[in-house]
Ligand binder design. Structure first.
Ligand code: ADP
Ligand code: MG
Length: 194
């Protein structure tokens, strides 16, 4: 199982004389195929947590394991490989690659899971058709509406078991999540299945 396990993550930032809390002892397990929304006020640590999980920044202490691999100890090359094959990309709030079209994004996810090319092409067409994106296959994520993207994410989550972790304040996006985690001052203050 490619679950994400975070254990006792701490991160502080120093700004001149001030020490700012990014993550305050966060422990969290996200199972493969989950759809998690991180919410909480600005400055609560959502981006810091996503950056840590995505290997874009390292916590001061604690451990992150993805698919049974402890990512803290990975070198740059191995981390880049992990991001490509296991994590996908964390671009702003979305896990899609902005330079690829909707169809290419869907096929990319399938390719990572080892699906042969012919099957990818048939299946990606079907998925895009099911979410009402027929005729819009070649659009890039930025050329789709928020609702169209969320429908696509839901389909990928359900059909391909792609795990999503999205940071947002947008209640319209939160509605799509299976699990809602609220953060405040670098801590998890609530964690609910919805
Ligand atoms: N590079 C940085 N330098 C200094 N402080 C930072 C840096 N990144 C984040 N912070 C601080 O860490 C806290 C958490 O930030 P962040 O994770 O971006 O919160 P959120 O994404 O929930 O708005 C905030 O107080 C923020 O100002
Ligand atoms: Mg943020």
């Amino acid at each position: 199982m490619s679950s994400i396990v975070c254990k006792d993550l701490c991160k502080t930032f120093r700004q001149r004389e001030e020490i700012i809390t990014g993550l305050d002892n966060i422990s969290l397990t996200i199972e493969e195929g989950d759809f998690v929304c991180l919410s909480g006020p600005s400055g609560s640590g959502k981006t810091t947590l996503l950056n840590a999980i995505g290997g874009l920044d390292t916590p001061d202490s604690g451990e992150i394991t993805i698919a049974d691999i402890l990512i803290n100890k990975l070198g740059k090359g191995a981390m880049a490989d992990m991001r490509l094959h296991k994590i996908g990309f964390v671009f702003q709030s979305y896990n899609l690659i902005p330079v690829l079209s909707a169809r290419e994004n869907v096929e990319f996810i399938m390719q990572v899971s080892g699906m042969p090319a012919a099957e990818r092409s048939i299946k990606s067409y079907k998925i895009l058709q099911e979410v009402g994106l027929e005729g819009m296959e070649e659009r890039r994520p930025a050329q789709l509406s928020g609702g169209q993207l969320m429908d696509l994410f839901t389909e990928l989550n359900q059909q391909q078991h792609v795990t999503f972790v999205i940071a947002t304040h947008d209640v319209r996006i939160m509605k799509y999540a299976k699990r809602l985690i609220k953060m405040e001052d670098g801590k998890i203050i609530s964690d609910q299945i919805q």
